[in-house]
Ligand binder design. Structure first.
Ligand code: BGC
Length: 266
């Protein structure tokens, strides 16, 4: 996807946490295509996906860097935001996209699994948003923070109570940020994907029987694609969305209106 330097996001810098993942890489590509410079946040041992994506964007005439760090670590977040500012000249768009889930029946949920999911899915977005917003406020640039929540901010999912609690918290955190940061012209919005075909849930959509069960919970009748979420994220980051603040957009084929998640893993 070639970069359009006259695009709607020309001159802007976007940091996408989990930018090397299923949803994140689609967002990074679309940000670059709209003219933004992109910081691809990643964490773990394998830089291959993040580096290949940065190369693809840079080869296409865009600008991308990779930034490694744990969103749940205040020190890492401080270092990462500083790196983005130093290398790309600022930070105007933040997408809190990094997240993970693990399956545990409620009675068997180990406290460590609870804490790990809350740390990455809720505390991380707070740290990244606060650190970036401090830079935006100090430099009077304005900006936008997009939190990637889930249909599970309102749909209970019995084997994922930590994940649901984190996402519910994240959606509320967005609303508080929207109110708190409006005077600095920093917007905050929530995007709630439904079931999207990414590695996080490949165990389900990759399995014909489970995938059929999943499709039956989605009124639109199919799983979503990462690009369908990325399109909305890029729109929300653009000047066209200037008056959208504190809102929550479900990108889910109406799954949230309908789903029965009382039991099980799907
Ligand atoms: C989860 C997916 C799940 C989807 C719908 C998402 O938040 O990450 O694993 O398929 O919600 O249940």
């Amino acid at each position: 996807m070639a970069t359009d330097m006259t695009g709607k996001l020309a001159g802007k810098v976007a940091l996408v946490t989990g930018g090397d993942g299923g949803l994140g890489s689609a967002m990074c590509r679309k940000f670059a295509a709209a003219g933004a410079a992109v910081a691809i946040g990643w964490y773990g041992k394998d830089p291959a996906h993040a580096e290949a994506l940065a190369k693809e964007i840079n080869d296409g005439g865009g600008r991308a860097i990779t930034v490694q760090g744990n969103v749940a670590s205040p020190e890492d977040v401080q270092k990462d935001v500083q790196q983005v500012v130093d290398q790309l000249g600022g930070v105007h768009i933040v997408v809190n996209n990094a997240g993970f889930e693990s399956e545990h029946a409620f009675l068997e949920m180990p406290p460590e699994a609870w804490s790990a999911v809350i740390a990455v899915n809720l505390t991380g977005p707070f740290l990244v948003a606060q650190t970036a917003a401090k830079w935006m406020a100090a430099n009077n640039t304005g900006g936008v923070i997009i939190n990637i929540s889930s249909v599970h901010d309102v749909i209970p999912w019995s084997h994922y109570s930590h994940y649901c609690a984190a996402k519910a918290g994240l959606s509320m955190l967005t609303k508080c940020m929207a109110v708190a940061l409006a005077e600095n012209k920093i917007r905050a919005v929530t995007v709630c994907p439904g079931a999207i075909a990414t590695p996080i849930n490949q165990n389900v959509w990759g399995d014909p029987a489970l995938s059929k069960l999943l499709d039956a919970k989605i009124p639109w009748g199919r799983i979503g694609q990462p690009e369908e979420v990325a399109n909305v994220v890029v729109f929300l980051a653009s000047p066209d969305a200037e008056y959208i603040n504190g809102s929550q957009i479900y990108v889910d084929g109406a799954m949230v209106q309908y789903a029965d998640f009382q039991h099980g893993a799907v």
